[in-house]
Design a protein around this ligand. Structure first.
Ligand SMILES: [Zn+2]
Ligand SMILES: [Zn+2]
Length: 354
């Protein structure tokens, strides 16, 4: 490789005042690692908002964010056998320790020493990044690298759908169709579920997934009884599975009334700090024999995520709404946070691609 410096987003400490796109050395790689030229690196709104504010819980600074990415192999370490320069790849950002209580039970997302690119090791909001060979996955020619940068989030959505354990004929209600809700909806449309109903207060977000077959219901934030009535008119027995991606406590509190007996409620998003108090009516959970289950992030899903893109189960074009060069990172992040029409923003650190 000719160049020895590159552009990277670096936070010296948490907070915008401590972050910027600067010149840094191209990272060094070990024998079992790959140097990847990052072509697409997607913003993960909650995680990247944290870096820009109070900091990530597992963050170790200084750090380069970015854990959703794809690119082209630039160089490989001496022991790498499955990849060569020029290969199109994406890679799992997470490396569980393999030794702790949870790793020993193959519950890797609960690893007590979890290492994640963009959090406690350098990530891919940069022109180059280093990944372990065991985390890398080939991206077929007909899947764009922009699309492949969604794999980490697709993996989390996949885990959510697996936790939901949808039965043939189920009605599933999905609250919120931002990036996660959109991907969960696309997977649900390819599941056992008979009807997939989506709720959001932004019409354009509903339109993206209703074009694929989801039934849209617009939410009036001032009057939740409106969407509830509309839903129960269509499905008087309620939903067999409810998936919440909004973190809206008020909405969650009211959910037991929208659920059929033996229904399952999957909490995917953390309750928003301003409305943290979820007060679920446990009496209703007992009477209707409902289940509450949280759903965490992915590990070891990447090959299936690439397959979902390759097979057309996931259409990335209805998820990625904006692209920006790396130099405009903060403008991109602000758009992602402030623009209600924005779903997913992808940064292109090495110039524009297909
Ligand atoms: Zn993410
Ligand atoms: Zn572990």
């Amino acid at each position: 490789m000719e160049k020895n410096t590159m552009k990277a987003l670096v936070y010296q400490k948490p907070g915008r005042a401590n972050g910027g796109v600067i010149d840094v050395p191209v990272p060094e790689y070990k024998d079992d690692e790959i140097l990847i030229k990052v072509m697409a690196s997607s913003i993960c709104k909650p995680a990247d908002k944290n870096h820009d504010g109070k900091g990530s819980v597992i963050g170790r600074y200084p750090v380069t964010p970015g854990h959703e990415f794809a690119g082209i192999v630039e160089e490989v370490g001496a022991n790498v056998t499955n990849f060569k320069p020029g290969d199109r790849i994406t890679a799992d950002n997470g490396t569980p320790c393999g030794k702790c209580y949870y790793c020993q039970r193959a519950m890797f997302t609960f690893c007590e020493n979890f290492s994640s690119m963009g959090q406690n090791t350098n990530g891919a909001m940069a022109q180059y990044a280093v990944v372990k060979e065991c985390n890398a996955v080939h991206v077929p020619e007909h899947v764009s690298l922009k699309a492949a940068s969604l794999c980490e989030l697709i993996g989390c959505a996949m885990r959510c759908i697996e936790n939901a354990d949808l039965k043939v004929g189920d009605v599933v209600a999905i609250f919120g169709v931002g990036a996660s809700g959109n991907l969960i909806t696309q997977l649900a449309l390819h599941s056992n579920a008979q009807k997939v109903v989506v709720f959001d207060c932004i019409q354009s977000k509903l339109d993206r997934v209703s074009a694929k077959g989801a039934i849209p219901i617009l939410v009036d934030l001032d009057d939740y009884s409106k969407h509830e009535k509309e839903f129960l008119r269509m499905f008087p027995h309620g939903a067999n599975v409810v998936i919440d991606t909004t973190g809206d406590a008020e909405l969650m509190n009211r959910c037991p009334d929208l659920m059929a007996c033996e229904g399952k409620f999957i909490g995917y998003s953390f309750p928003t700090t301003s409305k943290r108090h979820v007060k679920l009516d446990m009496g209703k959970f007992i009477m209707k024999q409902l289940t509450y289950m949280g759903s965490n992030f992915q590990s070891h899903h990447f090959q299936r995520c690439v397959d979902a893109l390759a097979n057309g189960v996931i259409d990335a074009s209805i998820v990625i709404t904006h692209t920006y060069p790396l130099e405009d990172y903060f403008e991109a992040l602000d758009t992602n946070i402030q623009d209600p029409e924005c779903v997913k923003v992808t940064i292109l650190p090495n110039g524009s691609i297909e």
